[in-house]
Write a protein that binds this ligand. Structure first.
Ligand SMILES: *Cc1c(COP(=O)(O)O)cnc(C)c1O
Length: 470
């Protein structure tokens, strides 16, 4: 039948022709064959779907070799963050300071005194490495830490309120993200939630009426990732502390982001300082290590010694404990704060502190260098960005961006190719343009960013592997 002759699947090159075309690629025969087979299968389904595609042995071999290269790379790789979102959860939140990363490296490839007091030769607690620093930096009596602030919340509720009631404002029954919701966490920890007030208005009198002999804690949860505006009122921490102490009930303050320096200096006045909560008399204060603190993922618990020690005795503490690398990174980061080097050496603080003039100068220079490339249009302009990572939701940061387009590529295609490149580049898409926000691009990455755009425009390899990335 005439139809058979036209069957496009018949045009697929045979396996041995593809393998012959892959001659010279340094990989075991099985890996070559597997990559070729995957590529042939992919082509077969595209042809079956009626797509028009190139089917020479050479083109299949090329695609298979691109696939092999991609497979040879680790899945987790560093990327250039040109989104301007300083704390991007999908991009790992805070990048570590060099000092902190070096500390990780040194303990990762060696044995270390993780739970050993070198002075006495006796066993010690792994938290000792950071406890004093945390107390010094927050003014708290005692401190401990776990894997993240979500774990810290579960642990604190379980250790201090299991089988009893925790009073929380209805305006603070939040979802932090990733399915972490205060009412559900409360249930998991065995504490009973006692909601008070309304979504927009909760007064101290609401808490007063709720306190009974069954009450274990008054809890405040920072509205990290949203704001209520308009007709609103909430009790102050001072009021909660006064009430708690008058009635013999402890006050827990989940501040979320864990600012150890005043962010007003960056034009971001709304972020609570952990030290302020301690000073106001909160009995237990919780915050993250990898949000505005700019360290590794961790949940930090500071406060009254008897309470923090009770938390540390909970069996879940063992399940939530930090590993040696995180502890080394946390100690390294906290030392930078103590030595007053954080503003210049903790990347999150350095990025937030970069003056707009300097960002504009870099955006303009990048735009100029990009524009001189074939087929690329680039202009520098002002923009705005968010801090991200569930922090400061109402605060816009002034930003300087490079708006880029590449001849023959849509914005989405260019973005996909940039994601598939090496190193991958994450950008913002806006008004049909790809935008690079230079705040989150390390100055030493400017050259790599330029090279990535040039490669994305002309590199067929980047294009082919972008199929996979999409
Ligand atoms: C982010 C956040 C958490 C969760 O912290 P992780 O370290 O991400 O687990 C808990 N509470 C508040 C108020 C937060 O903002």
């Amino acid at each position: 039948m005439a139809g058979m002759a036209d069957n496009p699947l018949r045009r697929l090159p045979p396996m041995n022709a593809v393998l012959a075309a892959m001659n010279g690629i340094d990989a075991p025969h099985d890996a070559l064959a597997a990559a070729a087979r995957t590529e042939l299968d992919r082509l077969r389904s595209r042809l079956a779907a009626g797509e028009v595609c190139e089917v020479s042995a050479e083109s299949v071999a090329f695609a298979a070799s691109v696939r092999l290269q991609a497979d040879a790379r680790p899945i987790l790789r560093s990327v250039i963050n040109a989104t301007g979102v300083v704390l991007h959860t999908n991009l790992g939140r805070a990048p570590l300071a060099t000092v902190a990363a070096n500390a990780v490296r040194s303990v990762a490839t060696n044995y270390l005194n993780l739970e050993l007091d070198l002075a006495t030769g006796r066993r010690s607690s792994r938290v000792d490495a950071v406890r004093r620093l945390l107390c010094e930096l927050t003014g708290a009596e005692w401190a401990t830490c776990v894997n993240n602030c979500a774990a810290a919340t579960v642990l604190v509720l379980r250790a201090l309120a299991s089988g009893r009631e925790v009073v929380v404002s209805r305006g603070e029954l939040v979802e932090i993200g990733g399915g972490f919701r205060i009412p559900e966490i409360m249930a998991v920890s065995g504490a009973t939630l006692h909601e008070v007030g309304t979504t927009n208005i909760t007064r101290i009198a609401d808490y007063e009426r709720a306190v009974t002999s069954a009450t274990a804690l008054l809890m405040r949860v920072h509205r990290s990732n949203f704001r209520t505006v308009g007709f609103t009122k909430s009790a102050s921490l001072d009021e909660l502390v006064a009430l708690g102490h008058a009635r013999g009930v402890s006050v827990v303050d989940d501040v979320g982001s864990g600012a150890l320096v005043d962010f007003a200096r960056f034009g971001l006045p709304d972020e609570p300082l952990a030290a302020d909560s301690v000073r106001a008399g909160a009995d237990v204060v919780l915050f993250s290590g990898d949000k505005l603190l700019g360290g590794p993922q961790a949940g930090i618990i500071v406060g009254r010694r008897d309470l923090v020690e009770r938390i540390e005795r909970d069996p879940l503490m063992r399940a939530f404990r930090l590993d040696k690398m995180t502890l080394a990174a946390l100690e390294g980061t906290l030392r930078l704060y103590r030595d007053e080097r954080a503003l210049t050496e903790v990347p999150v603080l350095r990025m937030l502190g970069t003056p707009l003039d300097e960002l504009r100068r870099r955006a303009e220079e990048l735009a100029q260098r990009l524009s001189s490339q074939d087929g690329i249009t680039a202009t520098a302009r002002d923009d705005v960005a968010f801090v991200g990572g569930g922090s400061l939701p109402a605060q816009m940061l002034p930003a300087a961006v490079v708006a880029v387009s590449a001849e023959g590529l849509s914005d989405e295609e260019l973005a996909a190719r940039l994601r598939a490149g090496d190193p991958p580049v994450m950008a913002r898409l806006h008004d049909g343009q790809v935008r690079f926000d230079v705040r989150t691009v390390f100055p030493e990455q400017d050259g790599a960013l330029l090279a990535a755009v040039v490669a994305a425009r002309r590199d067929r390899a980047a294009y082919l592997s972008s199929d996979k990335a999409l």
